[in-house]
Design a protein around this ligand. Sequence first.
Ligand code: SAH
Length: 474
Amino acid sequence: MNHFPLFADLKGRRVLVVGAGPVADRKIALLLAAGARVVVGARAAHPRVLARAHAGEIDLRLGEFNPAWLDDAWLAIAATDDRALNRKVSEAAAARRLFCNVVDDPELSSVQVPAIVDRSPVTIAISSGGSAPVIARRLRERIESLFDHSLGALADLARRRRPAIRAARPGLRARRAFYDWLLDGPVLGALRRGRPDEAERLLDEALAQAAAPPRGRVLLVGAGPGDPGLLTLRGLRALNEADVILHDRLVDAGVLSLARRDALLIDVGKAPGGRHEATQARIHALMVSHARQGRCVVRLKGGDPLVFGRGGEELQHLRRHGIDYEVVPGITAALACGAYAGIPLTHRDHAQSLTLATAHRRGGACADAEPESGRTRAYYMGVERLAGLRAQLLAGGLAPDTPCAIVENGSRSGQRALYATLENVENQARRHAIRSPALIIVGEVAALGRELAWFGEILDGEPATAATARLAAA
Ligand code: SAH
């Protein structure tokens, strides 16, 4: 072990910072947050540091470094860009047996300041022993993404209730089991939902019982359109908490690979043309039975779970059966396809409204087609119904030269984007053998993708149409 890790209690203790630039200011802010009495010595000070001095937050000494600045200090930090001066500070500190950190200079430092994840009162510190700060920073990012701020609130609650927990669970093993329940169970969920009172009540109820009852729950999570980078941080955390993951076929393997290794993965995808109602009933039954056995169930859906995903019906089912749930939104296909095909879904000059529609409706009727301009329409589940959709939009009064785009496998490595017009879109889609999943975007903005596209393959064998010419003139 290169360095011995310590957490220092600096409350009310004097710390000397030499240097008063932006780097020093970041250290000053951290030291103040830890309650230290900060003395800053420098030849000149950055306005932010001056402002702190004026506000009485720090004691600022302007001038050449003077070892007497170290009087009564418990720690010294050198943060100047003058290495000779940093060395002087480090040596003066060492002469007094004082620890000194020189920012980004392990050779001159007798202590290192780790990268931290702050979930006060929980603090996670990471050090690479000065060998490669970038590794520590990377780790920090990963850890930041794993724990949200409810962890701090939970630790606070645990601290306040520690005597009560000790009294109700005198045995070590029972107490440990209780803390496990606290970390995995509904208390953290209540804090995350912004309901601290409910969290306290749940904790008290559980303490009053002989053993904490298992309480399962369902997290309805949007996996985004495919690219794992488009999963939300909260979605990633849910995947790391899951005991069971019920996922759709649309969910990318790259997203599934981020899940906790020992989570049980169940593919509950509906095959096209399969028996949808039977599969939906199975999904409902699986969610309820796993949750009733005390498991954390993640119901993982492509895109956003409440946009054309029957997520609403699943929540209604859970509510009817008294199962706790949370919903984590995801990036829906329309947003991802717009972004990845260079199509701004709204644009000051071309589109003031956006409709998310399905080309697939109960009873078969297609989406409306009032021909008002300035509107972007994004159609889900439309590839197989393209002929009907096109006919209906034309019959509804949309011009044949209305720009259209079809984005197949949006945001995935195999993305293809076809730029066409309402007139020729069906022929073009057939010519290029466009397959599901694909999103159809209709409206003036679809033409902008021809110039703004930046990702994937572009299918555009057509000469510029009247519509794009009109756009260019606008
Ligand atoms: N809940 C999902 C939609 C489910 S419906 C969401 O919010 O995105 C399935 C339809 O979504 C597909 O038929 C297709 O039209 C669209 N879709 C989903 N992922 C897609 C992707 N990566 N590229 C293009 N379209 C996609």
